[in-house]
Design a protein around this ligand. Structure first.
Ligand SMILES: Cc1ncc(COP(=O)(O)O)c(C=O)c1O
Length: 371
């Protein structure tokens, strides 16, 4: 049996007629850049999240960048975030001219440790970006409390957390803005690049709409210096088709995670993911921890079970961010977990047999290591 790390074709086959009709519709109506299909998806995604506004943009990276720009973050400002994220989180901060300031993460959820946030606040701090990593939301209540106390904006990086919940509230809806990626492998994935910002702030909505479209609210009248960060029509139409299925797909991911959890109970030297009591995890990734992971990943690949690593090197140790001057040991929880993470195959279409096979092979290579 073969268990790919990610496999998008099976899902496409299951919705092929709707997807092909949607693409055809966009082409027939030549609504390629922005336009009615993007607008329709924006309305549907805002309703799904429960926010007043959703702005479709070109990628999750655009979403983060434009949300920061829209809130006025710029040169001289500091933005607090975590070092164990995809680099886009910090690139967005850097591309505003601001400086990322890291805090370490909690040992069980790998999301921002609220207890560490306050001591990193300086007079330059303008915003906090908690990252809802692997499909689980950060502990938002204490983060929001600190933000309110210090007058800081909160931008949720919800790029891995479509439909995740915190105490019944949807990812992206608690802070000033929530940023989503629809990169193809995400829980809600386009068939190309796409992203969105959700917000209840009408001014911010207005600003991001202008920024994503060359700073214009009316064609050729440029009130701001903006950029081209529009979502394209085909992606909007595809996302509308797929959004209807997202709750079912997230449930399938949760069931797959439950099966993994049951089968992986009490495996020596393996730490399964944990779901915090406040959280509804949507398992964008199912990430375990083991020592000497490279040998395990290689052994599993020989058995046709393919794994990933998210992410092998924390951001403060990347060459691009050496200038921040944070060496090894600066963020021990993020660093140690990053050296042990293994992402097992996870997608709604995984079958029980595939999970059972992957776990059987995993257990065999773990016990071969011990004996
Ligand atoms: C946590 C996180 N932030 C930001 C992004 C950037 O999204 P995109 O690839 O759509 O630009 C991603 C996507 O990979 C992500 O996982």
């Amino acid at each position: 049996m073969k268990v790919p790390f990610l496999e998008l074709k099976t899902q496409y086959e299951s919705i092929k007629d709707d997807i092909n009709a949607a693409i055809n519709d966009v082409i027939e109506k030549t609504a390629f850049a922005g336009g009615p299909f993007v607008k329709k998806f924006e309305d549907e995604f805002a309703a799904f999240c429960g926010t007043q506004q959703c702005i479709g943009v070109g990628s999750g990276t655009d979403a983060l960048w434009l949300a920061l720009l829209g809130l006025g973050i710029g040169p001289g400002d500091e933005v607090i975030t975590v070092p164990n994220t995809f680099i886009a989180t910090t690139e967005a901060i850097s591309f505003c001219g601001a400086r990322p300031v890291f805090v370490d993460v909690e040992d069980k959820t790998y999301t921002m440790d609220p207890a560490l946030v306050e001591k990193t606040i300086t007079p330059k701090t303008k915003a906090i970006i908690p990252v809802h990593l692997f499909g689980q939301m950060a502990d938002m209540d204490p983060i929001m409390e600190i933000a309110r106390k210090h007058g800081l904006f909160v931008i949720e990086d919800a790029c891995q957390a479509h439909g995740a919940e915190y105490k019944g509230k949807m990812a992206g809806t608690i802070g000033d803005a929530g940023c989503f990626s629809f990169y193809p492998g995400k829980n809600l994935g386009a068939y190309g690049e796409a992203g969105a910002v959700v917000t209840n702030n009408a001014d911010l909505d207005n600003k991001i709409r202008m920024l994503r479209d060359h700073g214009q609210a009316k064609k050729y009248y440029h009130g701001l210096i903006g950029w081209n960060a529009r979502m394209d029509g085909i992606q909007g139409a595809i996302l509308s088709v797929k959004l209807k299925r997202l709750p079912g797909w997230n449930e399938a991911r949760r069931n797959n995670a439950k099966l993994y959890n049951d089968l992986l109970r009490k495996v020596d030297g393996l730490v399964p993911p944990s779901e915090a009591p406040y959280s509804k995890h949507v398992y964008h990734l199912y990430v375990i921890r083991v020592k000497n992971r490279d040998a395990l990943i290689a052994a599993l690949a020989k058995k046709d079970v393919y794994c990933g690593i998210h992410y092998p090197i924390t951001i403060h140790l990347q060459d691009a961010y050496k200038f921040l001057g944070k060496g090894k040991g600066s963020f021990p929880v993020a660093e140690e977990s990053a050296s042990e993470f293994v992402s097992l195959p996870m997608y709604p279409e995984l079958t029980q047999e595939m999970i059972e096979y992957a776990v059987k092979e995993l257990k065999e290579s773990m016990s071969a290591r011990v004996s």
